[in-house]
Structure formats: C-alpha cells, structure tokens
Design a protein. Structure first.
Ligand SMILES: NC(=O)C1=CN([C@@H]2O[C@H](COP(=O)(O)OP(=O)(O)OC[C@H]3O[C@@H](n4cnc5c(N)ncnc54)[C@H](OP(=O)(O)O)[C@@H]3O)[C@@H](O)[C@H]2O)C=CC1
Ligand SMILES: Cc1cn([C@H]2C[C@H](O)[C@@H](COP(=O)(O)OP(=O)(O)O[C@H]3O[C@@H](C)C(=O)[C@@H](O)[C@H]3O)O2)c(=O)[nH]c1=O
Ligand SMILES: [Mg+2]
Length: 301
C-alpha cells in the first residue's frame, strides 16, 4: 500500500528536493504544500488539510530561516517555528502520523570544543536558534512519533545558500573577507532527503524499530566558512563558472558584525544516526561539484 505523505514548505531549499524525490517514488503518495497553499501558522487550515489528507507521515520543511532578520522579527519567527510546528505536531498526533521535523545547529551556544551530541542541552545565541529549540520542544511535547533531524550549513541546487552567495559575490568582487572562527559541517540538501527516505523506509517496514528522538545529520569534513568559501572558488574555477577566483581573507567574527551572533562551534556529532539507521554523513565535497555543475548549466541556459 502506498503511504500518504504530507509535506509543508515544499518550495524551500530542502522542501524542493523532498518534493521531487517523493513525487517520483511510487511507494509514496505525496500531498505537498508551499507557503501560499498551507501557511502552517493557520491552525484551522492545518487541521482541515490534515483531516482531508489523513497522512501516514508529515514532513515539515517549512520554517522561518532568516537568521539576522529574526533578531528584529522575533514574533514572526516564533509564530512559524514554534506555533506552526505545534499545530503540525498536534494534527500529526490526531492522525497517528509520524512527524519528521528539521532543526538546526544554531540551537547550541557553540562554546564547546567538541562536536555536539543529541543529548547536549541547547542554549541558543539567537532568536532564530531559540525559536527552533522551542519548536523541537513542541514536537516532543505534542507528538508521540517523531524524528527531529538537526542539520547545519545546508546548500544545494534550490533556494538561497552560502554556495550560491559565494558564486554571486565571486563574480562581482575581486576580494572577500570570510570568517574562519566558526566551524561546522556543510550539508548537501539532497543528502538530507536521502537520510529522510532511509528513515521512512525503516519506519514503514519495521516501525517497532524506530525510536522517536533527535538525530544529528551533517556533512564532513568539518571546516570554517573561510575554508568552505575557498573550496567553492576552487571548484567554480575548475568548472569554468568563474574565470578567476576572488582573493579571500580569513577574518574573525568580531570583524564581521551581524545582528545575530553565530555559534563558533557548529559541529554536530554524527554517530547516533549511523548506529540507529546506518546513515553516513553527507559527502559535501562530492555534492559541491554536482551543485556547481548544475549552477553552470542554469547560467548557460
Ligand atoms: N538552511 C540551512 O542552512 C539550515 C536549515 N535548517 C532547517 O531546515 C529546514 C528547511 O530549511 P531550508 O529549506 O534551508 O529553508 P528555506 O527558507 O529555503 O525554506 C523554508 C520554506 O518555508 C516556507 N515558510 C516560511 N514561513 C512559512 C509558513 N508560515 N507556512 C508555511 N511555509 C512557510 C518558506 O517560504 P518563503 O520562502 O515564501 O518564506 C520556504 O519555502 C528549516 O527547519 C531550517 O530551520 C537547519 C539547519 C541549516
Ligand atoms: C556573505 C559573507 C558571509 N560571511 C559569514 C557570515 C556567517 O558567519 C557565515 C555564513 O553566512 P550565511 O549568511 O550563509 O549564514 P547563516 O544564514 O547564519 O546560515 C545558517 O542558516 C540557518 C538557517 C541555519 O540553520 C544554520 O545551520 C546556517 O546554515 O559566513 C562572511 O564572513 N563573509 C561574507 O562575505
Ligand atoms: Mg509518488
């Protein structure tokens, strides 16, 4: 029997990938909604659509993700990342659906010297991080069957991300300053979708072996944004997307003031998802080649 999947945020960076993969997978019947079709802060619409779709699984790819803007739009961020998530969790519970929810490295303070494990206590530096943490808490409180996938530094073919920003700035400027005191694991959006598909497969073939919980999933090797930028420019020049790479200087976060302070240590430990699901970290270096090649095709069109 095909399984019914309700997807929110279907045209975001990760949502677009989920939409494409789930739509082509004959095991699933996909009911996908973008923001105009389902605003998750509309409680009655959430409940109405859930009752119509009667999903076996709800995947929430909708979120308020503008980290700096969230500092001045706190209520808006909370409304989407906490209240909206709570409505989804309540409705998922009512229909006995598994809730797959995405969260972030920014729930952590980033002052530890080692990668964060799932049991570490969040202590966000920002309103975005705090809203995502409270969203996790809402999922845990409301929904008996859930997977919270915490990821970080996501990039891919769709939507906005650091890789696309670098390719744009690299074409406009001869020099860039990039912070080198924030460490994390760049994560390919397509690999997040692969991980979710593995989890769903396990849930539907042997649900008893699924334990609700938080899982970390990112790419390796970990590195700084500065090193990531350099890797992006090397690949962009190799593929002829840029004639010449800009020069890049490593700077401290103090020299790059932003409304929201980012964690210095964004590294997430990846053992739990490997042990419970056999899911390996995202190979961001391989994915970067693919994403830049796709970018090249699109600019040539
Ligand atoms: N990007 C990253 O580096 C990381 C992301 N994550 C998490 O992954 C998830 C997906 O992120 P990503 O795909 O990158 O983000 P995007 O911002 O690309 O996608 C989020 C989508 O949610 C939509 N949305 C916003 N508000 C609402 C609402 N009220 N109702 C319905 N939809 C809404 C947005 O629409 P619109 O564009 O119109 O606002 C957008 O399409 C989020 O939970 C995020 O916190 C975790 C770690 C890192
Ligand atoms: C454009 C630019 C950015 N930076 C820095 C700022 C920041 O510390 C870092 C990355 O910039 P971004 O704007 O992509 O960062 P940001 O939007 O904070 O990215 C985050 O998004 C949310 C949704 C998450 O959940 C996180 O995991 C993370 O991916 O690079 C420079 O140092 N120089 C530059 O020229
Ligand atoms: Mg399908």
């Amino acid at each position: 029997m095909t399984k019914r999947v309700l997807l929110t945020g279907a045209n975001g960076q990760i949502g677009t990938w989920l939409y494409q993969r789930l739509r082509e997978d004959t095991q699933y019947e996909l009911f996908a909604f973008n923001r105009t079709e389902l605003d998750i802060t509309d409680e009655s619409l959430v409940k109405q659509l859930m009752a119509t779709v009667k999903p076996d699984v709800v995947i929430n790819a909708a979120a308020y993700t503008a980290v700096d803007k969230a500092e001045s739009e706190v209520d808006k961020a909370m409304q989407v990342n906490v209240e909206g998530v709570k409505y989804l969790a309540q409705a998922a519970k009512q229909h006995d659906a598994l809730l797959v929810h995405l969260s972030t490295d920014y729930v952590f303070r980033g002052d530890s010297d080692v990668p964060y494990v799932e049991q570490d206590k969040p202590s966000p530096l920002t309103h975005y991080g705090r809203s995502k943490w409270l969203g996790e808490e809402a999922v845990i409180a409301e929904s008996p069957a859930y997977i919270i996938l915490r990821t970080a530094w996501v990039f891919g073919e769709y939507g906005h991300n650091f890789v696309k920003t670098m390719l744009r700035l690299g074409a406009e400027r001869t020099h860039l300053n990039i912070v080198n005191d924030q460490l994390g694991g760049p994560t390919y959006a397509g690999d997040i979708v692969n991980a979710i598909l593995v989890i769903l497969q396990r849930y539907f073939t042997d649900g008893s072996r699924i334990k609700s919980g938080i899982y970390h999933f990112t790419g390796i090797p970990y590195m700084s944004w500065y090193d990531f930028a350099k890797a992006i420019f090397i690949e962009a020049v190799a593929q002829g997307v840029l004639q010449q790479a800009p020069t890049v200087s490593a700077i401290s976060s103090a020299a790059y003031p932003t409304p929201a302070q980012r964690p210095a240590n964004s590294r997430l430990a990846l053992d739990k998802i490997a042990k419970d699901f056999g899911i390996a970290p995202s190979d961001w270096q391989a994915a970067l080649q693919q994403v830049i090649s796709d970018y090249k095709k699109k600019i040539q069109e």
